[in-house]
Design a protein around this ligand. Structure first.
Ligand code: FES
Length: 273
């Protein structure tokens, strides 16, 4: 059983949990994910590893309540235990050999961007973090990003914090001011990643996007997480979750991401009632 050792609300809809999982904490790397079940009959949901502590033997996950399982998870408290907590799954972010990078995160995707930024920073890479939120209320991990990046640019849609505008505006400004990145890594809503990749393609900057599609088994068997990358089918759980952003068919990924929304909404209502 996997005990919840810490629970903290980061904003009105996003929560951080630390889970006791020493074997996973030993091997976890930024970019990888876990699959959890809250109880015996629960569905399996993937969540990216937001942080890990090899000494304490804990894995940090950050989630937003979007459906039945995240709602159930949100009702669990410190001291409770999860039924299953499997991982680390997927390929870790390749941080080797990069001198200067930009990491562009949006919304709750910033929880995934954070360990990537931290790893680059710790290894001595100049890392510029650009993080965007709809408004001030929804900002997460600002201090953590500030402490673990060479430069932090905070953007908000309504201008209630940081600069008003989109993350792509900030990235464009940096590129046009002469910043030369070996790579851009983007993590967040599909529409945001699509436009980050469109922008970097224009400037010929290699870009990696972290995909978070629907997953079932997490082992490459069910096909639930399939994506088209460079015209071929890939499975995010075993081939990813990071892919060449200039090769991803984002329109297909967006269409697939809303396929199960009515079912999710119904299951969520059942848990809430
Ligand atoms: Fe089943 Fe990836 S989750 S193939």
């Amino acid at each position: 059983m996997y005990r919840i050792t810490r629970k903290k609300a980061l904003n009105p809809t996003v929560t951080l949990m630390e889970i006791e999982a020493p074997m996973l904490a030993k091997k976890a790397e930024p970019g990888q994910f876990i699959i959890l079940r809250t109880d015996e009959n629960g569905e399996r949901i993937p969540l990216t590893i937001a942080d890990f502590d090899r000494i304490k033997g804990t894995i940090t996950i950050i989630y937003q309540v979007v459906g039945a399982t995240t709602e159930k998870l949100n009702h669990m408290e410190e001291g409770d235990s999860l039924q299953d907590f499997v991982g680390p799954l997927g390929r870790a972010t390749n941080t080797e050999g990069k001198k200067k990078v930009a990491v562009v995160g949006g919304g709750v995707g910033c929880a995934i961007a954070y360990p990537v930024v931290k790893k680059f920073f710790e290894q001595g890479t100049e890392v510029h973090a650009i993080i965007g939120f709809r408004n001030k209320e929804l900002v997460i991990l600002e201090e953590e990003f500030r402490a673990n990046s060479s430069k932090l640019i905070l953007m908000s849609d309504d201008g209630s914090c940081g600069e008003k505008g989109l993350v792509t505006d900030a990235l464009k400004k940096l590129i046009e001011s002469g910043e030369e990145y070996d790579e851009v890594i983007t993590i967040g809503p599909l529409i945001m990643m699509k436009f980050v990749c469109k922008l970097t393609k224009e400037y010929g900057i290699k870009t990696v996007a972290s995909m978070n599609p629907i997953m079932v088994d997490g082992t490459g068997m069910c096909g639930g997480c399939r994506l088209t990358v460079g015209g071929t089918t890939k499975f995010a759980c075993v081939d990813g979750p990071e892919f060449d952003g200039h090769e991803i068919d984002f329109d297909e990924a967006m269409a697939r991401s809303v396929m199960y929304k009515p079912f999710e909404r119904k299951a969520h209502e059942e848990v809430c009632n």
